[in-house]
Write a protein that binds this ligand. Structure first.
Ligand code: AMP
Ligand code: MG
Length: 332
């Protein structure tokens, strides 16, 4: 048996809101083990039914592998955390069904975790941020948040599509395969010129849909590298502006970047410069914890269980539109 295994609280976590089915084991001292199976659309963007079929097909192998690791290490599971929402309905249902089965099989509590809150909690855990303004940018979400009176309050968010979706859509329109984010970043590095594109910040909210379309139109007239660069510069400047304003309003001395788009080095650089100029500290979790992962669900489940929160079976229905600020963060 692992040293100290008797006193450690080991949580099994299951993520699968969209493209990544991922199961993990976590305790307070660290991420122990993680196994994932990634859905890549044959063409176009993520298809909810196809993604859920992918998760169903790989569930046995992914979950089985992680349970085998727990057995080999002599670890006793004390809870099953799962991504309850927000996310794609069919994917959420597949994950919730598996999580309920595990909870019943091992007779351990079930914990329904808000996917966005999990991005934030794993980010704080992995980066050492204590009380940051958070910029959460992913394939489905773009939000600027800060903890105030027990909830991650949404200071600003996209009014249409997320920044990740905007970049992926643009990328597909110019023939780059999904997910386009990393490919656009690569091309942007070779740019020579900046092309003005629509910059849309409305109060604290953002809009990326028109920007994505304008970038597609510009790609017919300019070098692709220049368009990729200009799309990134415009979208990221919008996000940094809103984050800076949220920091001022919420009086936060820290900022943290999370979500899949957070893997972009240029966005990290722009955030770092903004924080430096305000005398604030910038936190960036390791890349492996940026995109959707099982460890973030397991870790947040652990925080919740330790503060006495679990999810009875009859309240374990999926929540495709689960808002970040619906969660009372009693553990913080
Ligand atoms: P998530 O939904 O948090 O798993 O993040 C997935 C999103 O992150 C997709 O829209 C990807 O295109 C995007 N992404 C991943 N790596 C990068 C990158 N280096 N630059 C920009 N976007 C990225
Ligand atoms: Mg995500």
């Amino acid at each position: 048996m692992d040293r100290g295994a008797r006193s450690r609280m080991i949580i099994f976590g299951l993520e699968g809101t969209a493209w990544n089915l991922s199961a993990a084991l976590v305790d307070e001292s660290g991420a122990i083990y993680e196994k994932s199976a990634t859905y890549t659309p044959a063409r176009g963007g993520i298809h909810p039914r196809e993604a859920s079929q992918h998760h169903a097909e790989h569930m046995r192998a992914v979950v089985g592998d992680v349970l085998a690791q727990a057995r080999q290490r002599g670890l006793k599971l004390e809870g099953v955390a799962f991504s309850q929402g927000p996310g794609l309905g069919p994917c959420l249902r597949t994950v919730a069904t598996a999580a309920r089965a595990l909870s019943l099989r091992f007779d351990i509590p079930l914990v329904g975790v808000n996917h966005c809150v999990a991005h934030i909690e794993v980010g704080k855990w992995q980066s050492g941020a204590r009380d940051p303004a958070v910029i959460y940018v992913s394939g489905a979400n773009s939000q600027v948040l800060a903890l105030r009176q027990g909830r991650y309050r949404i200071f600003g968010e996209t009014l249409d599509i997320s920044v990740g979706n905007a970049i992926d859509k643009f990328a597909r329109s110019v023939g780059l395969a999904h997910p386009g984010g990393p490919k656009v970043e690569e091309l942007a590095r070779k740019a020579k010129n900046y092309i003005p594109l629509p910059y849309t910040v409305k109060g604290m909210d953002l809009s990326f849909s028109g920007l994505s379309t304008a970038a597609t139109e510009a790609a017919g007239k300019h070098d692709l590298e220049d368009v990729c660069y200009s799309l990134q510069e415009t979208a990221f400047a919008m996000l940094v502006e809103v984050t800076e304003r949220a920091m001022a309003h919420a009086e936060k001395r820290e900022a943290m970047l999370v979500g899949g788009v957070g893997a972009n080095a240029r966005l990290g650089e722009m955030m770092r410069i903004m924080c430096h100029e305000r005398g604030a500290e910038f936190f960036l979790p390791p890349r492996s914890f940026m995109g959707d992962n099982g460890s973030m669900i397991a870790y947040t489940g652990l925080l919740m269980l330790k503060s006495g929160i679990s999810t009875p079976l009859d309240q374990s229905h999926v929540r495709p539109g689960y808002r970040t600020d619906e969660v009372l963060v009693s553990w913080a």
